[in-house]
Ligand binder design. Structure first.
Ligand SMILES: Nc1ncnc2c1ncn2[C@@H]1O[C@H](COP(=O)(O)OP(=O)(O)O)[C@@H](O)[C@H]1O
Ligand SMILES: [Mg+2]
Length: 464
């Protein structure tokens, strides 16, 4: 250790962030709207404990490793441990066959990074401190399994700390807080000095984020992300949707399962593409998706083909023409071709998509009420206790940063939970959905309508 290097790090916690740093309860959750400084406070605490006491073992974990790496580590690297990393006191270790990825401290402390979808490496260890990011994504079992890992004994307390945006009122984590098993700290925007000055006035960045983005949200997203409330959506369309049942860990789809692609066009609104597999019992599984604004249909078509094919060794695509290289065998399918590409009706976009996929498409059955009923029917657990439609977790090809920055849903799962009936102007619930951020919902509905409300069309491959 370069002990002579003095590392200066500035963090001024406020309100619940201060309480979080001081809390010694066995389980503590910092809950609140988006951007209040919850994750920052948790990371500062973990980092501080690792720095102050040699030999500490800490874990930071999220439901999936992908989401942990893409979002959770950024604040740690760029704000919390920045100076320590620059000074060489903290080094990244990428993990190997036996050991999980971790930040290693010069004093012997370790901060392991994990995803509950890949528990093998991090769950076999013991820790002094565990930080769960976006805790609502975990199941109660995940949480309880983590509590059993807290017994390293290097510090005077062992603690599970967690942050989250709120979810439904009945969520197990909210109940756990209400029962007193988990201490809850209600974080507020006023706690974040980036958004509120010391005298309590909103800063320019605060106005841009809180008034410019959060105040413009609607419905349940606004209640949760702007006001930090644990509420269920009013008039939610898919009442039966339950993350614990309908969202499953990623798995390799067997070669023999039928595939379908669905597309809902958009440019200013997101373009949605979904890859579905149908298992031998007729269950639908979402295994890949795109939800992306401001990209041309032909570029999406290339992305879609690239995701399902590969170039053979020593071959090249001619220009951007994947269709040609597929036709002459330089590029091959890595998974079955879709039985059909089910598509929104826009004539021009459809022609562009067909051209750049080299496949024909079928027009989606777009009637709304019966489509919604068909999806709802599939969400209901069948006789064997399993629903007939599930989504794999974290299967977005690329997160749309513009949607994320605007706190809009970035994938089908996030859309479903905010998909509500339009009850404005005295309209009855169950008449029509609110036409807002429903692009991935629409695509899912087209998928189900195609199978459950009509005959099954076959796909004709153009020239191949
Ligand atoms: N006390 C603080 N001092 C400086 N920046 C802060 C502080 N608290 C939060 N921030 C910054 O505000 C932004 C949002 O904080 P974050 O922890 O990601 O919010 P949340 O997890 O509540 O959504 C981050 O860039 C974070 O570094
Ligand atoms: Mg956060």
């Amino acid at each position: 250790m370069t002990a002579s290097t003095v590392v200066e790090h500035v963090y001024s916690p406020r309100g619940t962030a201060t309480q979080l740093l001081e809390c010694r309860d066995p389980e503590v959750l910092i809950s609140g709207p988006a951007g209040t400084g919850k994750s920052r406070a948790c990371l500062e605490k973990v980092h501080m404990v690792c720095m102050l006491t040699p030999g500490v073992r800490a874990l930071m974990v999220r439901k999936t490793l992908v989401s942990m790496s893409s979002t959770g580590l950024v604040t740690y690297r760029e704000h919390v441990a920045k100076e320590s990393i620059t000074a060489g006191h903290v080094k990244w270790f990428g993990g190997n066959r036996e050991e999980p990825a971790a930040y290693r401290y010069a004093n012997g402390s370790t901060l392991v990074v994990g995803g509950m979808d890949k528990p093998a490496k991090h769950m076999s260890s013991e820790y002094d401190l565990i930080y769960v990011q976006e805790a609502i994504e975990l199941t109660k079992n995940d949480w309880e399994a983590l509590t059993t890992r807290l017994r390293n004994g290097k510090i005077s307390f062992q603690q599970l700390i967690a942050d989250t945006n709120p979810d439904r009122a009945e969520h197990w984590l909210n109940k756990r807080c209400q029962s007193g098993q988990t201490t809850v700290l209600e974080s507020r925007h006023e706690d974040n000095p980036v958004y509120f000055a010391d005298d309590g006035t909103m800063t320019a960045r605060g106005r841009a984020y809180i008034e410019g983005i959060l105040d413009k949200l609607t419905g349940v997203r606004k209640l949760r992300l702007r006001h930090g409330k644990w509420v269920s959506a009013e008039g939610v369309i898919y009442e039966g949707f339950d993350r614990a049942i309908h969202v499953v860990d990623k798995f390799e789809v067997p070669e023999s399962w039928t595939r379908y692609w669905v597309v809902d066009f958009g440019f200013v609104h997101p373009f949605a593409a979904q890859w579905w597999a149908e298992d031998p019992d007729g269950r639908l599984i979402l295994y890949r998706e795109i939800l992306k604004t401001k990209r041309l249909v032909e570029d999406h078509a290339r992305t879609m083909l690239r995701a399902s094919t590969k170039l053979l060794p020593k071959q090249r695509d001619t220009g951007d023409d994947l269709v040609a290289s597929l036709r002459d065998g330089r590029r091959v399918w890595t998974e079955p071709k879709p039985r059909s590409v089910i598509c929104d009706h826009d004539a021009e976009d459809r022609a562009t998509l067909e051209k750049h996929l080299g496949m024909s498409t079928v027009g989606a059955r777009k009637t709304v009420s019966d489509g919604i009923q068909a999806v709802a029917a599939r969400l209901k657990p069948a006789g064997d206790g399993k629903p007939r439609l599930v989504l794999m977790r974290d299967v977005l090809l690329e997160r749309d940063q513009a949607l994320a920055d605007a706190e809009q849903p970035t994938c089908l799962e996030e859309e479903i939970t905010g998909y509500v009936w339009d009850t404005a102007d005295g309209r009855k619930a169950k008449d029509q959905p609110l036409k807002e951020r429903d692009d991935a919902d629409d695509a899912m509905r087209y998928m189900v309508a195609q199978l459950d409300l009509g005959g099954r069309p076959r796909l004709r491959f153009l020239g191949g």
